[in-house]
Design a protein around this ligand. Structure first.
Ligand code: SF4
Ligand code: SF4
Ligand code: SF4
Length: 251
């Protein structure tokens, strides 16, 4: 019997779902192994008999909490799918701006979406069994993850930082060149794609198990970045982690 999968989306750009569709050549092989019964971006059927739920997006409206709880109650396994679901993602920027400001700036009116609430991660509302990190997720990692579930093998994520992959690709470190990068405290698995193309790692895959935030802070301070600048870099994806620099009350 093929495991039945439902893919669901809350507040997000749905780019992680798109990554599954981008599997293209592997997709036919994938649907020989699993049965998608609910996947709005791929099919019109809306089956409720799923065993595994992939949940994309963060929770930003009260009404979404009940929907998420219903999915949790039906699924044997629930996977937070992508950075929005895993760590809140860039949606968390909403939490740091006054509500009136972004409602007016975005919609021109302040009385729309009155049930909007501060952004929550999926794990803030229901129990999460696994995480597939990234903005967007890595489609090959998704494939490996599903195959592990099919074979009843415990799926595992890399527990080392992006720097390991970055160095193994022979890259010159951005930080050594006076630029900022969060690769030393961010979970690997993306093959260090951003620094490889000379872009900063913004931490979209979330923090490693035991990140040395203080050390990175001190290095970036020595490079001339201000505490506020560094906190703002962390805030792009990891705004709910409460990361603050030396000298703050949380330090
Ligand atoms: S994690 Fe990124 S790609 Fe995935 S839904 Fe959120 S914003 Fe889109
Ligand atoms: S560029 Fe970033 S990811 Fe690469 S080694 Fe330097 S800090 Fe680590
Ligand atoms: S390098 Fe950093 S920001 Fe880029 S995909 Fe990897 S974890 Fe995300």
């Amino acid at each position: 019997m093929r495991p039945k999968i439902g893919v669901f989306s809350f507040t997000s750009c749905e780019g992680c779902q798109l990554q599954v569709l981008n599997l293209e050549d592997e997709l036919l092989h994938l649907i020989e192994q699993v049965e998608f019964v609910n996947f709005r971006e791929m099919m019109s059927e809306k089956g409720e008999n799923y065993e595994i739920a992939f949940v994309e997006g963060s929770i930003t409206r009260e009404s979404e909490e009940g929907d998420l709880e219903r999915i949790r109650n039906k699924a044997g396994i629930l996977v937070a799918f992508g950075a929005c679901a895993h760590i809140g993602g860039i949606n968390v920027l909403k939490n740091v701006c006054p509500k009136d400001m972004w409602l007016t700036a975005t919609y021109g009116r302040r009385d729309l979406f009155s049930d909007t609430i501060p952004v929550k991660r999926i794990k803030d509302v229901v129990d999460v069994d696994y995480v597939l990190p990234g903005c967007p997720i890595d489609k090959e990692e998704f494939l490996r993850f599903v195959q592990a579930l099919v074979l009843e093998i415990e799926p595992r994520l890399p527990d080392y930082p992006v720097c390991v992959e970055c160095r193994s690709r022979g890259n010159i470190c951005l930080v050594e060149q006076g630029r900022w990068c969060l690769g030393s405290v961010t979970r690997a698995g993306c093959d260090a794609i951003c620094p490889t193309y000379r872009d900063n790692c913004t931490g979209c895959r979330g923090l490693t198990e035991d990140p040395n935030i203080k050390s990175l802070f001190n290095i970036l301070l020595e490079k001339g970045f201000t505490r506020e600048q560094i906190e703002s870099k962390f805030g792009l994806f990891n705004g709910l982690e409460g990361i603050s620099g030396p000298g703050s009350t949380e330090d």
